[in-house]
Design a protein around this ligand. Structure first.
Ligand code: B12
Length: 614
């Protein structure tokens, strides 16, 4: 039994042992005779008195298909099991008053995205932020998590296959693997692209053999980093190809999608494009978060309501209600309100079937791009959407399909503007048009895709070319700790490059000490570090401490940005403290929080460093 799962664990023995060591949980062991001991039986299996199985989630999807009302899939996960349970009880209360069953998505801690073998030091420096730990996951189930409302945990990142084994031990019915194909993290990652895709494939095999429900790929994540709907569809289909080869049943396979709520017809088009061609049994729809939320939370709630309407009319199986505090982690009570509001929208929106040529036109645009991307990846003529299905994918061997994906990723065929990391060639640019649709900027489409197959913006968009270095100040920028959020630091980098500064960009997930060492070696004048996971108080001082050890703190300035504390109220308190006392307690010369216009940072550097060099 569980031959494939065991084979995968045996082949990755060192990482399995590192997972146990670094995360402090008991994992299955390799025995003296080369077998695996301690792997729990596959689902369906009773854990803490309740029979768990990925098919519990599929039943909810079937119910949504029958009623036309999406089942809600809220995210709620805190850093400890107790806290997660306390907040979940409040959230469950809201669901029970409405008489609905939730599909509860528990956030995992950010470090879980990092390889426990090669990234042990990063993990140790960044413990317990962004969600629940592997041990907390087990405790949460023991406390009653998932008894009534089945659970999913996210297991994306470098070693999803190991996180999924932890989820199986804990008793989570489902997981996220996706994105398997695309690189949504801006982190450098510990692995190369081939290992990422291969580990994604292994994860699907484990889910197949153990009856775990899996979100296998994500339009949402590509959308988050500025990618187009057509590119996201191609990636989702490639991921489905791997899922078919891994033996995952379609009932256990789901795709995740963003709706933007800006243009109902565009939301319906993208949902229909996916639903008509996808093989996976479920579509999980997620509202696009305001990336820089307005101070007015009522406006934000209205924004979420529009997206709930799109999800209802587009026929989502699952929907992620969003609590209004989208920047901080929501409480169970506020998530309860979001659940109430979303259910209210679902039940009070008449299920009209909208037919409009704009929907069909947009759908065709999405298909044209997706099929052209598949043609370039698979090195064959473009398929028709209707051709794609299990038989189509069974024509490929596992190794061949993985290798075609990896080659295409490296060449820049599978591209998105703010994807980061690994050794991929990246160069596309997109623009969100006034109709709410993101299209390519002329001249900036993905590699090897005929321009006739891509939708380009017709709005005037200025693309800044590469600017020569004209300033004397040199800087090193990157995120530190487990943090892979690179959008903010990227904006800062672009602003400096456009102003003529020399920037050494380290992307995401750096040790604070490494950043300091690189700055010294490169004779940089300033370091800029970012952390959105609320680890600033711990990690920023480490940059300064290393500079001091190297005798360079007086010469090199350090600035930082992001979120200094995890929860909204704590972050605000920190910002207040900085106003009163300055930034010395963070060991930085200046701090720039969410919402800072990048030009303000450029001005600061101009005034405090560049002018002194004239
Ligand atoms: C987009 C996003 C993602 C994307 C990131 C894509 C990418 N490649 O960057 C994806 C989907 C991958 C993602 C993943 C995760 N995310 Co996220 N994500 C966000 C989101 C929605 C927006 C962040 C963003 O890009 N903002 C836009 C930029 C422009 O703003 P900014 O980063 O604040 O930067 C500005 C300033 O802060 C400042 N600044 C920032 N850095 C620096 C540095 C310097 C030197 C200077 C001068 C200035 C500066 O200038 C910038 C311009 O104004 C936020 C919620 C939110 N609205 O903030 C959550 C959020 C940050 N994520 C969160 C979490 C928990 C996660 C995950 C841990 C989830 C999980 N369990 O897997 C993972 C993280 C994994 C990891 N290892 O880091 C939490 C963090 C909570 C916390 N404090 O712990 C947030 C707050 C959402 C939430 N409410 O739960 N996320």
């Amino acid at each position: 039994m569980q031959e494939i799962t065991k084979e995968i664990l045996l082949a990755d023995r060192e990482r399995l042992e590192a997972y146990e060591r670094v995360f402090g949980v008991t994992m299955p062991k390799v025995t003296a005779d080369g077998d695996i001991d301690g792997l729990p039986a596959p689902y369906p299996r009773v854990v803490h008195g309740v029979e768990r199985s990925g098919y519990r989630i599929w039943q909810l999807a079937e119910q949504a298909k029958k009623n036309g009302i999406p089942v809600q899939n809220p995210i709620l996960g805190r850093n400890s099991a107790e806290e997660t349970m306390r907040e979940s009880v409040d959230m469950y209360k809201a669901a029970e008053e409405l008489g609905i069953t939730l599909f509860h998505f528990v956030h995992s801690e950010a470090t879980r995205h990092i390889d426990p073998l090669d990234g042990a030091e990063l993990i140790e420096q960044s413990r317990g932020k962004g969600g629940i730990t592997p041990q907390g996951e087990r405790e949460f189930v023991a406390m009653g998590g998932g008894t009534k409302h089945p659970l999913r945990i996210n297991a994306t990142g470098d070693t999803p296959h190991l996180s999924i084994v932890n989820a199986l031990i804990a008793g989570f019915d489902g997981t996220d693997i996706g994105p398997v194909i695309h690189v949504h993290f801006g982190g450098r990652g510990i692995h190369d692209y081939k290992t990422k895709v291969t580990n994604g494939f292994k994860s699907m095999q484990i889910c197949a053999e153990n009856n775990i429900f899996a979100q296998i790929e994500s339009h949402k994540h590509l959308n988050n980093i500025g990618g187009t709907d057509g590119m996201a569809l191609a990636m989702c289909l490639l991921s489905e190809g791997l899922a078919v080869l891994a033996g995952l049943p379609r009932q256990l396979s789901a795709l995740q999608m963003n709706v933007a709520g800006l243009n109902l017809l565009a939301d319906l088009a993208v949902m229909r494009a996916f639903k008509e061609v996808m093989w996976s049994g479920s579509l999980i729809v997620v509202p696009e978060t305001f990336q820089n939320p307005p101070p007015d939370l009522i406006a934000e709630s209205a924004h979420f309501a529009r997206m709930a309407i799109s999800a209802r009319l587009g026929g989502a199986d699952f929907y992620r209600p969003k609590a209004a505090e989208s920047v901080g982690i929501p409480t169970g009570a506020s998530m309860g309100k979001a659940i109430w509001a979303s259910q209210n929208v679902f039940e009070n929106t008449v299920a009209i079937d909208i037919a409009d040529p704009a929907i069909d036109h947009r759908k065709e645009e999405i298909y044209a791009e997706a099929m052209a991307v598949l043609a370039a990846v698979l090195q064959r003529p473009a398929p028709a959407p209707a051709e794609i299905g299990p038989d189509f994918w069974r024509g490929y061997g596992v190794e061949d399909l993985i290798s075609l994906v990896v080659q295409a990723g490296k060449k820049g065929v599978l591209d998105a503007p703010r994807a980061g990391g690994w050794d991929l060639k990246r160069g596309v640019r997109t623009h969100r048009d006034r109709d709410g649709v993101r299209r390519y900027i002329p001249g900036w489409g993905p590699a090897e895709i005929p321009v006739g197959k891509l939708a380009f913006t017709s709005e005037p968009v200025k693309v800044d070319g590469v600017k020569p270095v004209i300033k004397k100040t040199k800087m090193v920028l990157g995120t530190i700790g487990a943090d892979a959020h690179v959008m903010g630091i990227n904006n800062i980098r672009e602003a400096f490059e456009q102003a003529g500064f020399e920037v050494i960009f380290l992307r995401g997930m750096n040790l604070p000490e490494t950043v300091a060492e690189i700055a010294v070696e490169a004779k940089a004048d300033i370091i800029g570090v970012s952390n959105l996971l609320g680890m600033g108080t711990v990690l920023y001082p480490r940059v300064s401490a290393r500079l001091e050890q190297l005798g360079q703190r007086d010469r090199i300035k350090v600035i930082a940005g992001g979120r200094v504390a995890e929860k909204e109220e704590e972050h605000s308190a920190m910002e207040e403290k900085m106003k009163r006392e300055g930034t010395a307690f963070l060991a930085v010369d200046a701090f720039f929080g969410p919402g800072t216009p990048p030009e303000k940072v450029v001005e600061w550097v101009q005034k405090h460093i560049e002018e002194g060099k004239q």
